[in-house]
Design a protein around this ligand. Sequence first.
Ligand SMILES: Nc1ncnc2c1ncn2[C@@H]1O[C@H](COP(=O)(O)OP(=O)(O)O)[C@@H](O)[C@H]1O
Ligand SMILES: Cc1cn([C@H]2C[C@H](O)[C@@H](COP(=O)(O)O)O2)c(=O)[nH]c1=O
Ligand SMILES: [Zn+2]
Length: 191
Amino acid sequence: MFIETNLNAKTKHGCIEVIAGSMFSGKTEELIRRLRRAEIARQKVEIFKPAVDIRYSETEVVSHDENAIRSTAVENSSNILLLSSNVDVVGIDEAQFFDEGIVEVCMKLADQGVRVIAAGLDMDFRGKPFGPMPGLMACAEYVTKVHAICMRCGNLAHYSHRLSDADKLVLLGEKDAYEPLCRSCYREATK
Ligand SMILES: Nc1ncnc2c1ncn2[C@@H]1O[C@H](COP(=O)(O)OP(=O)(O)O)[C@@H](O)[C@H]1O
Ligand SMILES: Cc1cn([C@H]2C[C@H](O)[C@@H](COP(=O)(O)O)O2)c(=O)[nH]c1=O
Ligand SMILES: [Zn+2]
């Protein structure tokens, strides 16, 4: 479990935290857990997700277990900066779907003293780094990699295997469309 530094410190120290992993690895749950604790500490929290992903809700970030927290859907990364004045903590879900500008936005916020927590898929269905995630992970102070359970063997999974032949990068879906797999089951499934 990620242990926060003192939430109520007098001097504001901005930072970037990234929660990365495959689908079903608990990224959203961990994001919600950290944001709820910040709210309990009476910090001003704003939460964003990309407008492209409104699978469950337009106004909430929702985990696969239906744990939810209010959020604002935004079209691009610059909207996050515009909507983040006077905040202590910014949460971002599905960070992989944002444009590359998200890295600069997170850096600016952290430089201003904001704690930024971004969750996203580190790899796409081909096992390649996903969008701005490598850049975010590189400039983050803290990176937490979480794992799902492999649907074929029960080991730890870090790949999101697509169940169809579709080859476009962005294809929203759940268990109907993807399964989390471990390294050897992913290799077997894609050969
Ligand atoms: N194969 C799996 N491995 C782990 N958790 C799974 C799996 N399938 C379903 N889940 C559920 O998904 C939850 C995590 O959901 P969520 O935080 O939304 O994940 P993510 O944001 O990483 O896709 C787990 O607590 C568990 O109940
Ligand atoms: C691997 C992969 C996933 N997606 C989509 C599928 C889901 O709608 C989201 C990931 O959601 P989660 O909260 O991490 O479970 O991303 C995609 O569009 N392309 C991919 O390669
Ligand atoms: Zn496996």
